[in-house]
Design a protein around this ligand. Structure first.
Ligand SMILES: [Zn+2]
Length: 260
């Protein structure tokens, strides 16, 4: 990371005409490059950690695998990036100087599970249901798709969620649907990262070592087996359950901080 920071491999700030967002990319023979639009905010700090996760995954993979296995499949692509976010979040929470800061961090951690695990699972289910409609020979109209979306939001967010009818068309705003069944991988990646991140933070050298093995593995095996070797078994409900338990713990902390 120090090397990447010091050797001009990061395009840091916004400039006129520069594309938005943040990316890490590179080719097998060259170290990764990172594009940022860093603006000094809390979010930009997390984005730096996130992109650095992608870059480290590429860096270690490319140095340990032949070119044919020198990339990683989509099922693993968001694991290193979100593991870094979990480590950063833990650091910030341990070093928070006031309850107000703690409140912000706990709320942010809850929001990231909501956005990355809960919403993406709901979107994957939305995709499954609209495919099912099409398979039945039913036309996919705005009304049908919006009704399916509304039913899901109501079901996922529960009876106390105040539903705004503009939410009906929210599915229109998600470009990931152009790549079939892409979104669920955010939920699985985040859940794997919770386990891996906690393993690293436990201080257990063996778990850090198996995480390093994951960063170096690229696509040299089936992704589910690579994660198994790193210590997370995605063929069981355990990682998702642990993530939901974490959500519950965070919610308790939020209520305590707010004196609810
Ligand atoms: Zn990413």
């Amino acid at each position: 990371m120090t090397k990447a920071f010091q050797s001009r491999r990061i395009d840091v700030y916004e400039t006129q005409g520069k594309r938005s967002g943040a990316y890490s990319s590179g080719t097998y023979a060259v170290h990764p490059y990172i594009l940022m639009n860093y603006n000094g905010t809390y979010d930009a700090m997390f984005t730096t950690a996130h992109e650095m996760g992608h870059a480290m995954h590429s860096w270690f993979t490319q140095r340990n695998q032949p070119q044919i296995y020198g990339d990683y499949p989509i099922f693993l692509a968001e694991v290193a990036s979100t593991s870094n976010e979990i480590i950063l979040d833990d650091y910030l929470r341990k070093n928070a100087k006031s309850d107000a800061e703690r409140l912000l961090l706990v709320n942010n951690a809850l929001e990231s599970i909501r956005g990355t695990v809960i919403n993406q699972t709901m979107w994957a289910e939305f995709e499954k249901l609209i495919h099912h409609e099409a398979e039945q020979g039913n036309p996919l109209t705005y009304e049908t798709m919006s009704r399916i979306y509304r039913d899901l939001v109501t079901q996922y967010f529960g009876p106390s969620f105040a539903y705004d009818e503009q939410v009906d068309g929210y599915w229109l705003r998600i470009p990931h649907f152009y790549t079939g069944f892409y979104v669920y991988k955010y939920a699985t990646s985040y859940s794997a990262s919770v386990a891996l991140g906690r393993g690293i933070l436990s201080g257990d050298a063996g778990r850090l070592n198996s995480y390093m093995g994951f960063l170096k593995a690229g696509s040299s095996d089936y992704p589910i087996d690579i994660l198994k070797k790193a210590g997370v078994d995605m063929s069981t409900p355990r990682p998702i359950q642990d993530t939901m338990d974490l959500f519950g713990e965070l919610l308790d902390q939020l209520e305590k901080l707010l004196n609810l």
